[in-house]
Design a protein around this ligand. Structure first.
Ligand SMILES: Nc1ncnc2c1ncn2[C@@H]1O[C@H](COP(=O)(O)OP(=O)(O)OP(=O)(O)O)[C@@H](O)[C@H]1O
Ligand SMILES: N[C@@H](CCO)C(=O)O
Length: 354
């Protein structure tokens, strides 16, 4: 019996001004426990793959367990089919352990996509570099910040290379043509469109060891697609300049030891997405504007995590006090929250027993 575990961190995208650019991998991990029984020659399971989901896991009862409908296994099948493997090896079992809350701004879909490409690589015995896996991720999740952080780990800046018009057309292929058909769909035997080479790139930034991340997680979901629909298609020039000025500071400010709270607070301001998402996340604007290092000891800065509704506070101390203030502000809106103290995490790994 062959067995291995894939471990992928959650992530917080944007960190204020770095919309669709900056990502931070954080210490909650999606784990896939994978076994392949190579002694079997045939399987009763659809696509030779049985999925089980840890009972208490986030998304349990919500996430489909059919391998042609589950995001993780659909992504793995996409990678396999690009390499002329139509199904999983006989007989594959994927047990999903997921503590990452879904639709909360902690990169659950990014983690699922990254875990999926790694699953495809491992079960298919494919020789694919992390950079090539990033290309596959970007055919599915079109903004690079969450998948870049989840794949490579740490605090990253991500960027897309300018593509030829032909490649632009290829990356804009509808998801339905990239991912295998969901349950009930017919396998036409066709090869899906492969990603162009080197679509996405990343650079790792230093992270000051003193800085921890307090994640305040409201008990409601905001789908990323919805949180992108509320954004304008055009921005005033002064708002773009505002973000450019801050993005130039952010990686330097968060890498300095000891951290400079006033610089970090300034560097985490945003005018491109947070104010528009207030319509979906009651209290958001007040939370990011009302707390600062001068009113709260230990605080460095506050922002929306990804597309929300989670709030990310960066801090060096007084974590519980900071979380309590944000939780009580959400309470005024009738919203309950939980909070977690998180640290930067390493990237995705496939771990095989020694
Ligand atoms: N472990 C998982 N297994 C299968 N599907 C998942 C899993 N995790 C997330 N998903 C899918 O991703 C969706 C959530 O993705 P969405 O992009 O809306 O939010 P998010 O990734 O949690 O937040 P953000 O992108 O703002 O950080 C879920 O509704 C589900 O369809
Ligand atoms: N950069 C993305 C992250 C969410 O997945 C956004 O803010 O929409």
């Amino acid at each position: 019996m062959e067995s291995f575990t894939i471990r992928t961190p959650c992530s917080s995208a944007n960190i204020g001004p770095g919309f669709d650019v900056i990502g931070l991998a954080l210490s909650i991990y999606l784990e896939l426990e994978v076994t392949i029984d190579r002694t079997k020659t045939s399987s009763q399971e659809p696509l030779n793959c049985r999925i089980t989901y840890e009972g208490q896991g986030e998304g349990s009862g919500e996430v489909p367990l059919d391998p042609s409908a589950n995001l993780i296994t659909r992504v793995a099948l996409y990678v396999l089919r690009c390499h002329d493997q139509r199904a999983f090896p006989v007989e594959t079992h994927v047990h999903i352990k997921n503590p990452i809350p879904l639709g909360r701004g902690l990169g659950s879909s990014g983690a699922a996509v990254v875990a999926g490409v790694m699953l495809g690589k491992e079960v298919g015995g494919l020789d694919l570099s992390l950079d090539r896996l990033f290309d596959f991720c970007l055919m599915i999740e079109r903004h690079p910040d969450n998948v870049g952080a989840a794949l490579f780990g740490g605090f990253v800046g991500t960027y897309l290379k300018p593509l030829t018009p032909e490649d632009v057309a290829r990356v804009e292929i509808p998801l339905s043509e990239v991912l295998p058909a969901p349950a009930g769909g017919v396998d036409t035997g066709e090869r899906p469109p492969e990603p162009p080479h080197g679509i996405g790139h990343h650079i790792k930034f230093p992270w000051s060891k003193e800085i921890k991340a307090v994640a305040i997680i409201p008990q409601f979901q905001v789908a990323t697609a919805k949180a992108r629909e509320v954004l304008p298609t055009h921005y005033p020039r002064q708002d773009v300049t505002f973000n450019l000025q801050r993005i130039a500071l952010l990686p330097v400010a968060l890498g300095q030891s000891p951290p400079d709270p006033d610089l970090i607070y300034l560097a985490m301001q945003d005018k491109l997405h947070q104010q528009y998402r207030q319509t979906l996340i009651p209290g958001l604007q007040d939370i990011v504007e009302s707390m600062s290092p001068s009113t709260q000891d230990g605080l460095l800065g506050v922002c929306l995590s990804g597309a929300g509704p989670t709030i990310l506070a960066l801090a060096t101390s007084n974590f519980e006090q900071i979380a309590d203030r944000i939780i009580s502000r959400f309470k005024q809106e009738g919203i309950e929250c939980q909070w977690l103290l998180l640290e930067p995490a390493e990237g995705t790994k496939a771990i095989r027993p020694a």
